[in-house]
Design a protein around this ligand. Structure first.
Ligand SMILES: NC(=O)C1=CN([C@@H]2O[C@H](COP(=O)(O)OP(=O)(O)OC[C@H]3O[C@@H](n4cnc5c(N)ncnc54)[C@H](O)[C@@H]3O)[C@@H](O)[C@H]2O)[C@@H](O)CC1
Ligand SMILES: [K+]
Length: 505
């Protein structure tokens, strides 16, 4: 699903109005009806509901919603925040229509006009929508603050009042902090950015049948991966396939005290469908790996405690296939930053032709030796969390600048970058960014990153295109986390639970 900017959304409205064709007021009615369907599914008809409306089309939505809830006999109160002398046409139309059936619309001009909001009430926030052009001030600011202070459940129409859809807010901006945001047709970029969490709440997209062809043709570099799209990426298996059909992956993982990372990456790799898996660990990990993951072959490193890439002294030249023969290589989980491991990385990178997966300390080694970034095979997948990404680049002032850095980095080095977190962002060498829709805070626990490395290495080894591997792998990883959270709650989830919950269907 595409994420479009405010100007595009405005043109999308116009395009719908012209091509369907539909009168603007009827489009607003359709949006309001769809909102009301969502609302009545969640809140019973006895819920005292206060609707706060601004003077633009967001306020127009609020007034239409008020009328439709009144028809369904919800106990509503309507407040119009009169912050300016001018009202939009569709606001005025809906204002007239509401007043025909409801004679007690309240007007907020001064602070003492703001009502007391109680805990059992629901507030519908339709003060400002995507037309926001400056920070809230005066009576708008006072009303927003009063709503935020109130113990009620708050539902924002389209977007929280005061939040910019696709540009950074100032640090002192006053913005509604809703429990829910119910938006129309497409997500807004603001919804997937970490700093905005409290200004978005639990958000939902309602289909109001805007012009599909406009959406299909609209240029964008931002996407939101939905289940249907992720499933389309999943390859069907041929009945006559054999283990050779699904590649042979190599994981370069683990060091003394961190063999667990190697095990997690290996188990996740196998659970994601690779044909064969070899794991290279320092010798201290040999027995552990062979015991815990019997399905994997082990390629012991010559060193006892850290990876060096050099074969053991008693079996020179007997380490199996050359590194370049593997279908895909994943490197990083648990490897540490020993000088020998850096030498291994330096020797390895120039020999590789196929994309690899780079995670954890391999990323930290790259950030301390940035000249190595130019040696990454094109289309390799890097999986930093924000701190690791900062080490690879620099500090950012806000989430939007972070996205710019992410895009520049992926384009400059021709790599795929998975920036991990809520709505993990997959940046492609072509400059696109795909935000993931699955996952929950339970995944913020040790080892889940190792699991992701195993998944991505497995998909690369099976021949998936690196961008598709990253989008699909991140989606499946988050979905597995969601399954665990559903069964046992998000707190106390372990990386092993996530592996067990992986399903490819
Ligand atoms: N995008 C869509 O598909 C649809 C959008 N609709 C609604 O239309 C809304 C957008 O309507 P508008 O463009 O009228 O935008 P708003 O309703 O956000 O209002 C903008 C008006 O308020 C003024 N304004 C901006 N920032 C302000 C501030 N901080 N304090 C005081 N006034 C401020 C602007 O100058 C403008 O006059 C959407 O958010 C949505 O709710 C729906 O009615 C129909 C479908
Ligand atoms: K709003």
């Amino acid at each position: 699903m595409k994420i479009l900017n405010v100007d595009q959304i405005r043109s999308l409205d116009q395009s719908t109005i012209q091509h369907e064709p539909i009168a603007p007021i009827n489009l607003m009615e359709r949006a309001a009806l769809t909102f009301v369907d969502w609302f009545v599914d969640r809140f019973t008809p006895t819920t005292p509901t206060k609707i706060f409306c601004g003077l633009g089309d967001n306020g127009g939505d609020g007034l239409a919603i008020a009328r439709l809830l009144l028809e369904r006999e919800y106990p509503i109160e309507v407040y119009v925040v009169r912050y300016a002398p001018r009202e939009s046409d569709d606001f005025m139309h809906n204002h007239r229509r509401l007043k025909l059936v409801f004679d007690s619309v309240h007007y907020i001009e001064l602070t003492h006009d703001i009502p007391t909001i109680r805990h059992n009430e629901v507030v519908i926030d339709a003060i400002l929508g995507s037309g926001l052009s400056r920070p809230s001030e005066g009576i708008v600011e006072d009303t927003v603050k009063a709503i935020n202070r109130a113990p009620a459940t708050v539902v924002s129409v389209d977007i929280a009042s005061g939040l910019y859809p696709n540009q950074p807010n100032g640090s002192t901006d006053v913005i509604i902090e809703p429990d829910y945001t119910v938006t129309f047709q497409l997500p807004k970029l603001a919804f997937v950015l970490p700093k905005n969490g409290r200004y978005v709440g639990d958000w939902h997209i309602l289909d109001i049948q805007l012009h599909k062809r406009y959406i299909d043709l609209a240029p964008t570099s931002y996407y939101f991966t939905q289940p249907r799209e992720a499933r389309l990426l999943l390859r069907k298996r041929d009945r006559f396939s054999n283990k050779g059909s699904f590649g042979h992956a190599l994981l370069l993982v683990g060091s003394y005290g961190k063999i667990g990372a190697a095990i997690l990456a290996a188990r996740a790799c196998l659970r994601s469908g690779v044909g064969l898996l070899t794991v290279q660990v320092p010798q201290c990990g040999y027995t552990i790996l062979q015991t815990v993951v019997p399905e994997a072959m082990c390629r012991p490193d010559g060193n006892q405690n850290v990876l060096t890439g050099i074969a053991p002294a008693d079996q020179p030249g007997k380490q199996g296939p050359a590194l370049t023969d593997y279908s895909a290589i994943g490197i990083g989980p648990g490897i540490g930053k020993a000088p020998e491991t850096l030498v291994m990385l330096k020797n390895l990178l120039p020999t590789l032709k196929k994309p690899i997966v780079v995670d954890a300390d391999a990323l930290n080694l790259l950030s301390e030796n940035r000249e190595l970034l130019n040696q990454l095979p094109p289309n390799s997948i890097l999986t930093p969390h924000p701190k690791e990404f900062e080490r690879l680049t620099k500090k950012w002032a806000n989430d939007y600048q972070k996205l710019d850095l992410l895009r520049e980095f992926a384009q400059k080095y021709r790599v795929v970058v998975v920036l991990k977190g809520a709505y993990s962002a997959v940046a492609t060498p072509d400059g696109d960014i795909h935000f993931n829709s699955t996952g929950n805070p339970g995944l913020s626990t040790g080892g889940t990153g190792d699991v992701l490395t195993g998944i991505l290495t497995s998909l690369l080894a099976q021949g998936y295109d690196p961008v598709e591997a990253a989008v699909l792998g991140v989606f499946a990883h988050g979905l597995a986390g969601d399954r665990v959270a559903e069964q046992r709650g998000p707190i106390g989830m372990t990386a092993s639970d996530v592996i067990d919950a992986l399903r490819w269907e």
